[in-house]
Design a protein around this ligand. Structure first.
Ligand SMILES: [Zn+2]
Length: 486
């Protein structure tokens, strides 16, 4: 170990991003022990380190939902076939991906059941029971659960047959309130993605052909990954009265007339973890924004001289100080590994800040700090260390967002002609903003010829720019954001 640079030896085990981004991703997921394949094809095991990231995502989103009046509940895993069939577009969209339960023990079931691919239908049935009067509205329920959608090609976190998510389902008295709720949630998703995951997103409505099966309008947040592909990171749907009519969710209005409720649904999933990996990671592994880092700081003692009597107690004292200040900190005093091995290991795990403490640092009453994001190193005085580190973690959080935003902006361009559009899509990947006539035929042709899809149409791009559609040349109604996507 001593003869060789241990950092190099370790890092060679990950494929470089520039060689094969997709393999790099799988290497990071495996080496950082985020997830593993299970004996059931398409189903992943989320390992403790990956699950700790999910818990941090969950907690911080849950706070935001509750602060805006939402409550959590739990609905069943299994849904009767007849419920799925009630909303025509919904069944058409989901039937090909549904997993069926046909037996209970040894007996065939009278009615087949599906494992929920999403829960609009079973929420619909219960809302029909619970909602009678305008006084019962709004209903603002969220659930944290798993769903199953049978996938042919899977990739950990990004597309798996079973995944974890939250699904919000709300019912309102008026169309305006349902639309306001849809936009409120979209705003929460965007704020969360940017402030917690340090992942800048473009938010706006999807095109008609990309909307959720059964929705009146679907809005999404779209992020740009390190390979220039877009990732749909969350969706918020205004369901209009489609589900209320299919499930007879009716209430007596203020004017005593019987009316259908207006509903919404919205969700984000463990896919966000894939987004964090591909937004920030580099050839040494993960880079975690401090707000979703299971360990924000790792302390590595430098074992020299009588370190166990001097350095180690100081490390323990600092660990306690930082923990008391609310910092998630780990002290790694394992003697079976060298400091060099540990440095590489915690770089792989994306720990935002590493502290090295040896006899010399003790003499100076300082610690040596190395940032994961910039690799900048500096000596920090032990005096007031918790405050210094809290500020430094905040700086890292902001720095990652700024870096990701700069990358996104560098990889966003405009095209006014189809030739220019194709050239950009084939060359440097990223978002291309282009005028579009809003006709599905043009959208489908563009997708077939370039693999690029309309990600969404952010506010400010929906007005007619007075330019021709890049595909058909007819007057464009909007400027859409196109990209190749996950
Ligand atoms: Zn067109």
């Amino acid at each position: 170990m001593a003869a060789k640079n241990p950092d190099e030896a370790f890092v060679t085990e990950i494929t470089k991003q520039s060689v094969d981004f997709s393999r790099w991703y799988l290497d990071v997921v495996r080496k950082a022990e985020l997830a593993d394949y299970s004996p059931v094809k398409g189903f992943m095991v989320i390992r403790p380190y990956g699950y700790a990231i999910w818990e941090l995502i969950q907690q911080q989103l849950d706070q935001r939902f509750k602060a805006t009046g939402h409550v959590n509940a739990y609905f069943p895993l299994l849904i009767p076939e007849s419920l799925l069939m009630k909303e025509a577009e919904h069944v058409e969209g989901f039937a090909p991906q549904v997993a069926w339960v046909t037996k209970g023990g040894t007996d065939d079931l009278e009615e087949k059941l599906i494992i929920r691919p999403t829960s609009e239908t079973i929420f619909g049935v219960m809302y029909q029971k619970w909602i009678q009067s305008w006084r019962d509205l709004p209903v603002l329920i969220n659930q944290w659960c798993n769903v199953v959608r049978w996938e042919k090609v899977t990739r950990p976190f990004l597309r798996t047959t079973e995944f974890l998510w939250q699904e919000g389902h709300t019912a309102h008295e008026t169309a305006e309130e349902a639309q306001a709720e849809t936009m409120k949630i979209l705003g929460i998703y965007k704020e969360f993605a940017e402030n917690v995951l340090a992942m800048p997103v473009v938010d706006g409505p999807k095109s008609e052909s990309e909307k959720f099966a059964g929705a009146s309008k679907t809005y999404s947040i779209e992020a740009l990954m390190g390979d220039g592909r877009a990732l749909q990171a969350g969706t918020s749907h205004n369901l209009g009265q489609n589900f209320a009519k299919a499930f007879e969710i009716q209430f007596q209005g203020r004017d005593k007339t019987l009316q259908h409720a207006w509903t919404t649904s919205w969700g984000v999933s463990t896919r966000l973890i894939g987004g964090v990996i591909m937004t920030h990671g580099d050839d040494s592994g993960l880079i975690l924004p401090p707000r979703v880092a299971p360990w924000q700081v790792v302390i590595v003692p430098i074992p020299r001289g009588n370190w166990k009597e001097t350095v180690l107690p100081k490390c323990e004292e600092i660990r306690e100080q930082l923990a008391a200040a609310g910092i998630r900190v780990k002290l790694d005093a394992d003697e079976s590994q060298t400091p060099g091995w540990k440095f590489a290991e915690y770089e792989m795990l994306g720990v935002p800040l590493r502290l090295e403490i040896g006899p010399k640092d003790l003499e100076k009453s300082a610690v040596f700090a190395a940032r994961r994001d910039t690799r900048a190193k500096q000596s920090l005085p032990m005096d007031g260390l918790a405050g210094t580190i809290t500020a430094l973690l905040d700086e890292i959080q902001q720095g990652l967002l700024a870096r990701a935003r700069a990358f996104r902006d560098e990889h966003t361009s405009t095209a006014d002609t189809y030739d220019a559009f194709k050239a950009t899509m084939e060359g440097r990947p990223g978002f291309v903003i282009a005028p579009w006539c809003e006709r599905a035929a043009c959208e489908a042709d563009i997708k077939a010829e370039t693999q690029a899809t309309i990600r969404n149409i952010p506010a400010g791009y929906e007005q007619a720019p007075g330019k021709p559609c890049i595909k058909c040349g007819q007057p464009a109604a909007v400027s859409a954001w196109f990209a190749k996507a996950y």
